[in-house]
Design a protein around this ligand. Structure first.
Ligand SMILES: Cc1cc2nc3c(=O)[nH]c(=O)nc-3n(C[C@H](O)[C@H](O)[C@H](O)COP(=O)(O)OP(=O)(O)OC[C@H]3O[C@@H](n4cnc5c(N)ncnc54)[C@H](O)[C@@H]3O)c2cc1C
Length: 430
């Protein structure tokens, strides 16, 4: 047994860890100690990728690129391949992933199991929309091939299925055309949520990527709206050098009292450099990947990420209420990101995105104080008819999960009884 953390580093639970490297041996390995759970890069923040006191199947060794057709953009790979490696293979050949989250250091299997989204949801939807086929290995040894046209019910259960329907071993993805590695971007400061909405409304028609940083410590709800479109041509750069936080710090550097001045400084520094800039895709899509292990900055107690989505109707009031609640609590969020999801139905029964506003907030773990605040945010989300993102969750109440995911009962029929996670036990009872 050895301790394993997820990205929030809330607690290191003991796990019996098994590395998967060969899909033909995986069936035997899956049967060797139940129940188990797949673990990609552990970039989920809470317990969706953990199985405390149980077995974890590490998938990073299932990392073979199997076929790539540079005429059609179809890629076949094993599920442990990193999005980073797909981007670096495909972009110089004129293709790229249509959907990519704020880190490229995740596996294809993890991207499907959480049906991840990027900054272009209004144009390309979620990751699962671009998967054409996948192979699912169940713990009883059965193999299921599924896709949007083949066993679509299994596909809809597995995309966004939180790793609970089986182990994804192989995947076929449709990439999209890319004219190069650069984007034309703009940053626009705003003050107030109405101003955010006006910029967002005009941007969604003409910009592929939209996202905002918001200062959750200020009652003015000021922020920076960032938008980008793929640019044509440009040089392919060698990957930039990454820095790393060398070790877990003994205390959190992100104390709520520091967050006000830090946010203010960030806002004014960025505001001075607003306007149009040509930016490399790695720094635009994945700014946090430049500092490896940045989660160590939160010290030994770790941190919570709280991402919710609330429907458009009444959603802005809910976002405002959450920001006011945070300011009142004194539990400042170290990073707050606001964006909108478009009107694209998600593939998965439990996919998180739904049309509306999505707010993602990071809070250092200050135990009861943080839990009290998050409980109050839950009440606002529930009242607004919203839901919480399981990929980021470590504590949502079961009733809120059930209210937010109306297809849960349908999904449960597809669960693999040999798979269990901290999250599934907390929210589904097993
Ligand atoms: C800096 C940062 C930015 C992020 N930005 C975004 C964002 O913009 N949008 C977004 O949607 N998410 C975002 N995330 C969350 C992240 O993209 C997801 O949590 C993703 O699922 C992590 O993938 P992973 O490979 O690390 O999988 P893990 O976190 O290890 O596992 C995630 C889930 O996938 C399952 N799983 C993994 N591999 C397999 C497999 N082969 N078969 C079956 N199940 C499997 C696990 O059991 C678990 O349920 C961000 C995370 C970080 C750290």
């Amino acid at each position: 047994m050895r301790p394993v953390y997820s990205w929030g580093r809330l607690n290191a639970s003991p796990h019996h860890v098994i590395s998967l490297t060969d899909p033909t041996r995986a069936a035997r390995q899956l049967a060797s100690g139940l129940p188990g759970a797949a673990f990609g890069m552990g970039r989920s923040y809470g317990d969706v990728c953990l199985n405390p006191d149980g077995v974890l199947w590490l998938t990073a060794g299932l990392d073979h690129l199997i076929a790539f057709d540079d005429q059609t953009g179809r890629l076949v790979c094993e599920a442990g391949v990193l999005l980073r490696d797909i981007q670096r293979l495909a972009i110089p050949r004129g293709w790229m992933l249509p959907v990519t989250p704020g880190t490229q250091l995740i596996t294809v299997g993890g991207a499907i199991a959480n049906d991840v989204h990027g900054k272009n949801h209004h144009v390309y939807g979620t990751f699962g929309e671009h998967v054409r086929r996948l192979t699912l290995l169940r713990t009883d040894g059965e193999t299921i091939e599924c896709g949007p046209l083949e066993k679509p019910d299994w596909f809809a259960a597995t995309v966004g299925g939180l790793g609970l329907t089986g182990l994804i071993t192989q995947v076929e993805i449709q990439l999209r055309r890319a004219d190069g590695p650069w984007l034309d971007t703009e940053t626009i400061p705003f003050a107030g949520l109405e101003a955010f909405c006006s910029i967002d409304d005009v941007s969604e028609a003409n910009w592929e990527h939209t996202v905002s940083w918001i200062d959750s410590t200020s009652s003015k709800q000021r922020g920076l709206f960032m938008r980008g479109n793929p640019a044509k041509g440009g040089e392919h750069l060698a990957p930039s050098r990454q820095r790393a936080v060398p070790m877990a710090l003994p205390v959190s550097l992100l104390h709520p009292r520091l967050m006000g001045p830090v946010n203010l400084l960030y806002y004014h520094l960025k505001k001075r450099r607003t306007g149009s800039v040509r930016e490399h895709y790695e720094s635009f899509f994945y700014p946090l990947d430049n500092l490896l292990d940045w989660n160590y900055l939160y010290g030994p107690k770790g941190f919570f990420q709280y991402q919710n989505v609330v429907p458009r109707a009444g959603g802005l009031d809910a976002v405002r209420a959450m920001l006011q609640e945070i300011t009142r609590s004194g539990e400042a969020s170290s990073l707050a990101v606001l964006k909108t999801f478009g009107n694209r139905p998600s593939v998965g029964m439990l996919s998180f995105p739904q049309p509306g506003f999505t707010l993602a907030l990071d809070f250092p773990n200050r135990e009861a104080r943080t839990h009290r605040l998050l409980d109050r945010l839950d009440a606002i989300v529930r009242e607004a008819g919203g839901r919480i993102y399981p990929a980021k969750d470590a504590r949502m109440p079961r009733a809120l999960f059930e209210a937010g995911y109306p297809r849960l009962q349908e999904f449960l029929k597809y669960r693999d009884p040999g798979i269990s996670t901290g999250l599934s036990r907390r929210l589904m009872g097993s």
